[in-house]
Design a binder for this molecule. Sequence first.
Ligand SMILES: NC(=O)c1ccc[n+]([C@@H]2O[C@H](COP(=O)([O-])OP(=O)(O)OC[C@H]3O[C@@H](n4cnc5c(N)ncnc54)[C@H](O)[C@@H]3O)[C@@H](O)[C@H]2O)c1
Length: 227
Amino acid sequence: MIVDDFSTTIYDGRLKEERVRALLPKAKVVRGDMADGNWFWRVTEEIRPEAILHFAAIAGIRYAQKDPFAVIRANVTGTASVFEAVKRVPVKRIVYASTSSVYGRNQKVPFHEDDPIQLPSSLYAATKRECELLAEVYRHTSEVQSIGLRFFTVYGPWGRPDHAIWLFTKAILTGLPFPYTIMGTRQGILPRFMISCAACSLCLTVPRFPVRFSTLAIPTLKPTVTW
Ligand SMILES: NC(=O)c1ccc[n+]([C@@H]2O[C@H](COP(=O)([O-])OP(=O)(O)OC[C@H]3O[C@@H](n4cnc5c(N)ncnc54)[C@H](O)[C@@H]3O)[C@@H](O)[C@H]2O)c1
């Protein structure tokens, strides 16, 4: 079952709906707001799922500057809804999406799951770090087991309209200037990972509960933590 509010925030909600219909035509789709904790609890109680893959978020660094309260609500309250629901309706496996943005102003490369990450450089990153902290609290106080996947840039064949490929293609087609400068390093632009790699990371993590670690960086399929 898929839960999504299909809201138009960082991009058009109609595209999200069409994508779900195309990729998962047989899935039951429930439209709703994850940040409504009581509603999500009722859904969880009705379905009693074996696993929750919590990817819902407003995933835009720039959008967070435009509408910070919406991003805080969707990302932080939305994640709290998951943990509150599974406190009441036990769910064995919870995997949630975090982000490489949590590494923020970390100077040390390559990044490692154990790096200190006290210096986020965007509101979006701070909301995702808050999700990781919530996960730790529920692990400690309620024995709720979860894994946060720190995705670097991931995308599928449909892409995401706020990602560079779409923006640049649109700029080329309309003849308008490129909306952003490319922020690369001397080594080049950061590699991007197809969603299939992200999907692999799910296939690897979901069956592995109970787990001995809480977050996993996903630029690689060879985790630096011990399974
Ligand atoms: N794609 C990336 O490069 C990337 C990188 C790092 C982290 N992430 C994280 O991975 C997850 C998935 O990202 P994505 O690229 O698929 O983004 P996306 O915007 O395509 O998908 C997020 C979905 O969450 C839904 N959503 C947002 N708020 C909601 C709410 N309150 N209730 C119900 N549904 C809600 C949106 O409608 C959308 O369909 C996000 O948590 C994001 O922060 C993605």
